[in-house]
Design a protein around this ligand. Structure first.
Ligand code: CU
Length: 484
C-alpha cells in the first residue's frame, strides 16, 4: 500500500514540475520573442494594410505568415466637434481622433509612408511605440505640409502600442488629437472573439470652460497645469453614446483595445456593470483575470475581454468619475438579448448613469424618523430646503443655482421656474427630460426623479423659489401630497 501511495505522489510531483516548466518555457518564449522575430522570414510581396477609423479595428491577422505591410497615413488638420456646439481644430492621423488603427503581427515588416496634407499649417511626424529604432520613427518621418516621408521597420514585439506625433511642442500636438494605436498580434494571432472595438482616451484644454460654445482654441497654460476641460473617449463628448454607442448581443465575447493618448492624465478604465474576464496588462503579454478597473498610463494601452451575459447598457468610464460625468469620458456598450435571471434580476431604472453628459443619480435623502408633525414655518422650510438642495440638487445646478452651460439649466432667475410654478412639484417627484428653454437657452438633459419626503419637496422648492431672484413662491406639504 505504502509503495502505491509513493508512486502516486511521485506522479503528482512530476505533473506539477512539468506544468511549472512549461509555464516557465512560455515565459521564456515571450521574453525571447523579439530576438526570434528579427530573424523571422517575411513574404516579400507587399500587402496594403487595412486602416480603420475608431471605434472599428481591421480584420484579425489569424495564422498568416509575416508579411511586408504597406501603411499609408495622412495627417489632416481640421475643425470638428469637441462636444455639441463646441468646435475645436484637431490635428489628426487619418482624419480621426484617435488616428487610424493599424494591425499587424510579430515579424511583419512595415513600410510606412506619412503624408502631411498640403492645406496643413505645421510640420508633424510619428513616434510609434511598436518601433525599435531612433525616436520610434519620429526623426525619419518628420514632414512639412505638402510633403511625404517613408521609413521601414520590423515589428519584433507583440502587444498593443500607442503612436503619437512628436513634433515640438510635443504635448500640444498630442493634446490636439495626434495619437492612435497599432496592434502587433502574437504568432498565431489573438484568440478569436465575437466583437472587437477601438477606444482611446485623451485630455483636452480649451480657452473657455467645459461646455463654452463656439470655436475653442487650445490653452497652453491649462495643459501645462494639467487642468483638463475635457477628458474624452474617441475625441468627442458622446462619441460612444447615442448613435455612436458600441453594441453586442448576450452570449458574445467582446474585446476592447483601449489606449490612452494623454497627454497628461492616466486612465482608471472601468466598465460599469461588467467585470473584465481577462486583461492584457499594459497591452503586453502578461494577463490578469477577473479585473474591475485597469490602469492605463498616458502613452499606454490595455486589451480587455469579457463575455456579456445579460442585456444592459454597460457604461465605459474613467473611474476618476468627475472626468466621466463632468468632462465627457463616458461611453456605452449596449447589450441586447434574453434576460438571464440566474445572473441578474432586478429593476432597471432610467436616469442612472445617463450617457447624455454629466448628470447625477438618485440620491435618497434620509428622512428623519421622528419628523415633526407640526407645519414648518417659512424660515424652517428655507433651512431644511437648503440642506436638501446641497445634498440632491447642487451637483448639477451648482451651489448658487446658476446651472451648467449646455448641460443643466439654471435655477437662479429662471423664467422657466417662475412661469411653471404648477409643474415644479411634479418635476421634483417625477424628474424631467426633453428639450426646454430657460432664459433663452435650450437644454436637453435628463433630471432624475428625486427620492424625498413631502416635507423635503415643499422645503427645497420653497428654498429655490425664495433664492437667487426667483418669484418667492412658498410650497406646502399638502400640495406635495396632492401631487404624489
Ligand atoms: Cu504633430
Amino acid at each position: 500500500m505504502k509503495a502505491k501511495a509513493r508512486t502516486i505522489r511521485s506522479i503528482l510531483w512530476a505533473i506539477i514540475a512539468l506544468t511549472v516548466m512549461s509555464s516557465c518555457n512560455q515565459q521564456k518564449d515571450e521574453e525571447n520573442i523579439s530576438s526570434k522575430a528579427v530573424h523571422m522570414k517575411v513574404d516579400s510581396r507587399p500587402v496594403k494594410a487595412e486602416l480603420t477609423a475608431p471605434p472599428f479595428v481591421p480584420k484579425p491577422v489569424g495564422n498568416r505568415a509575416p508579411q511586408k505591410l504597406i501603411v499609408d497615413m495622412e495627417i489632416i488638420e481640421e475643425e470638428g466637434d469637441l462636444a455639441d456646439g463646441v468646435r475645436y481644430v484637431f490635428w489628426t492621423f487619418g482624419g480621426t481622433v484617435p488616428g487610424s488603427f493599424i494591425r499587424g503581427r510579430v515579424g511583419d515588416v512595415v513600410e510606412f509612408t506619412l503624408k502631411n496634407h498640403p492645406d496643413n499649417k505645421l510640420p508633424h511626424n510619428i513616434d510609434l511605440h511598436a518601433v525599435t529604432g531612433q525616436g520610434g520613427g519620429a526623426e525619419a518621418s518628420f514632414v512639412a505640409p505638402g510633403q511625404q516621408k517613408t521609413f521601414k521597420f520590423k515589428l519584433i514585439n507583440p502587444g498593443l502600442y500607442v503612436y503619437h506625433c512628436a513634433t515640438a511642442p510635443v504635448g500640444m500636438h498630442i493634446a490636439n488629437g495626434m495619437y492612435g494605436l497599432i496592434l502587433v498580434e502574437p504568432v498565431g494571432g489573438l484568440p478569436p472573439v465575437d466583437r472587437e472595438y477601438y477606444v482611446m482616451q485623451g485630455d483636452f484644454y480649451t480657452k473657455g470652460k467645459h461646455g463654452d460654445p463656439g470655436l475653442q482654441p487650445f490653452d497652453m497654460q491649462k495643459a501645462y497645469d494639467e487642468h483638463a476641460d475635457y477628458v474624452l473617449f474617441n475625441g468627442k463628448v458622446g462619441a460612444l453614446t447615442g448613435d455612436g454607442r458600441l453594441t453586442a448581443k448576450v452570449g458574445e465575447t467582446v474585446r476592447l483595445f483601449v489606449g490612452n493618448g494623454g497627454p497628461n492624465l492616466v486612465s482608471s478604465f472601468h466598465v460599469i456593470g461588467e467585470i473584465f474576464d481577462k486583461v492584457y496588462i499594459e497591452g503586453g503579454s502578461a494577463t490578469n483575470y477577473n479585473v474591475q478597473t485597469t490602469l492605463i498610463p498616458a502613452g499606454g494601452a490595455a486589451i480587455v475581454e469579457f463575455k456579456v451575459e445579460v442585456p444592459s447598457n454597460l457604461i465605459l468610464v474613467d473611474h476618476a468619475l468627475f472626468r466621466t460625468f463632468n468632462k465627457g469620458a463616458l461611453g456605452v456598450l449596449e447589450v441586447t438579448g434574453e434576460e438571464n435571471p440566474v445572473v441578474f434580476e432586478g429593476e432597471v431604472l432610467e436616469g442612472i448613469y445617463q450617457p447624455e453628459g454629466p448628470t447625477i443619480q438618485k440620491v435618497p435623502v434620509e428622512t428623519v424618523a421622528e419628523a415633526p408633525a407640526k407645519v414648518l414655518t417659512k424660515e424652517e422650510k428655507m433651512e431644511l430646503g437648503k440642506k436638501v438642495y446641497n445634498t440632491s440638487c447642487f451637483a448639477c445646478h451648482l451651489p448658487n443655482g446658476e446651472g451648467l452651460a449646455n448641460a443643466f439649466p439654471p435655477l437662479a432667475k429662471s423664467d422657466y421656474l417662475n412661469k411653471n410654478v404648477d409643474k415644479a412639484i411634479d418635476i421634483v417627484l417625477r424628474g424631467l427630460s426633453g428639450e426646454i428653454t430657460v432664459n433663452g437657452q435650450k437644454y436637453n438633459s435628463q433630471m432624475p426623479a428625486q427620492v424625498l419626503s413631502d416635507q423635503e419637496v415643499a422645503s427645497v422648492l420653497t428654498f429655490i423659489y425664495n433664492s437667487w431672484g426667483n418669484n418667492g413662491t412658498e410650497f406646502t406639504e399638502e400640495q406635495v401630497r396632492a401631487k404624489r
